[in-house]
Design a protein around this ligand. Structure first.
Ligand code: ZN
Length: 250
C-alpha cells in the first residue's frame, strides 16, 4: 500500500516572513512534504529570511517565479511596473550570495510531483502567463498532465474544475475552511492564494494542503502581524504602497 502524503502548498511568499511564519505555525503537524510555487522574494522586506526558512524546510519541489528571476538577475525586470522594479532591485542588493544562487537554480515549472499533482507558477505552458478566468484555465488544461495542477502568480484563490469539455470556476469563501474533494475523471487547476501578498481583499495569508490519500485540497487563511511586515517595508526604504496594500489585501 502506498504511503499517504500531505503536501503543504506555498505560493507567492514575497519576502513576507511574518506571514510565512504564521502559515507554518498554523500548518504545523498537518503536512509531510512542502511544495513551493515561486515568488519567494520581491515586494517584502525579508528576502533572505524567507529563502533561509524555505531552504531549511527542504521542499521536495520548488519552482521560480517572475520576481525570483528578476531579483537574482536572470531577468531584467523590464516587464515590471515601477514599484515592482524598485523592489526587485532592492531585493537583488540584499540577497546573500548563497540565496541568490539558490534562486538562480530554481527550475521553471511545470514539475510533475506525483501521479496526482503538478505545480507551475503562472501556467503549465508559460511560467509568466496569468490564469484569471475559465478561458485562461481551458488553455492551461490543454498542457496540464496531472489531474491536479496547482498554480500561483495571480495571488487570487480560485478552483477550476474541468469535466469533458466544460470548465467551471469557483472562488472559495475565505471565511470558511474550503475542502475540495477531487472527483475521479475530472481535472483541476487550483490556486491556493498568496502567503505574502494576498490580493483578493482579505489581508490574511493564504495556503493550501493537498492530501493525496483522500484526494482533498484544503485552502486556509491565517491572521498574521501585518503591522510588523509593514514596519519592515518602510524601514527598508521600499515604496509605502507595498506596506499599505498588505493591510487591505490588494
Ligand atoms: Zn507573485
Amino acid at each position: 500500500m502506498k504511503d499517504v502524503v500531505r503536501y503543504l502548498i506555498l505560493s507567492d511568499l514575497h519576502a513576507n516572513l511574518d506571514a510565512l511564519d504564521a502559515v507554518l505555525a498554523d500548518a504545523s503537524g498537518a503536512w509531510d512534504r512542502m511544495l513551493v510555487l515561486g515568488d519567494l522574494v520581491g515586494y517584502g522586506a525579508e528576502p533572505n529570511q524567507v529563502v533561509d526558512r524555505v531552504r531549511a524546510l527542504k521542499p521536495i519541489a520548488a519552482i521560480r517565479g517572475n520576481h525570483d528571476k528578476a531579483a537574482c538577475g536572470l531577468d531584467d525586470g523590464s516587464q515590471f511596473n515601477h514599484v515592482a522594479r524598485l523592489a526587485a532591485e532592492w531585493t537583488g542588493g540584499q540577497l546573500t550570495a548563497g540565496n541568490r544562487e539558490y534562486l538562480r537554480q530554481l527550475p521553471s515549472g511545470p514539475i510533475q510531483v506525483d501521479a496526482l499533482v503538478e505545480i507551475c507558477h503562472g501556467s503549465p505552458f508559460d511560467e509568466d502567463q496569468y490564469i484569471f478566468d475559465g478561458h485562461d484555465a481551458s488553455d492551461a488544461l490543454l498542457t496540464a498532465t496531472r489531474p491536479l495542477c496547482l498554480f500561483g502568480h495571480t495571488h487570487l484563490p480560485v478552483m477550476f474544475r474541468a469535466l469533458a469539455e466544460t470548465v467551471q470556476g469557483s472562488v472559495p469563501d475565505p471565511d470558511v475552511d474550503t475542502a475540495l474533494r477531487l472527483e475521479s475523471g475530472a481535472r483541476y487547476l487550483v490556486n491556493v492564494g498568496s502567503v505574502g501578498q494576498p490580493r483578493d481583499g482579505d489581508p490574511r495569508a493564504a495556503y493550501g494542503i493537498v492530501d493525496d490519500g483522500s484526494r482533498e485540497v484544503r485552502m486556509r487563511r491565517v491572521l498574521y502581524p501585518v503591522e510588523s511586515a509593514q514596519r519592515k517595508i518602510l524601514a527598508a526604504g521600499l515604496p509605502a504602497s507595498l506596506a499599505n496594500r498588505l493591510a487591505i489585501g490588494r
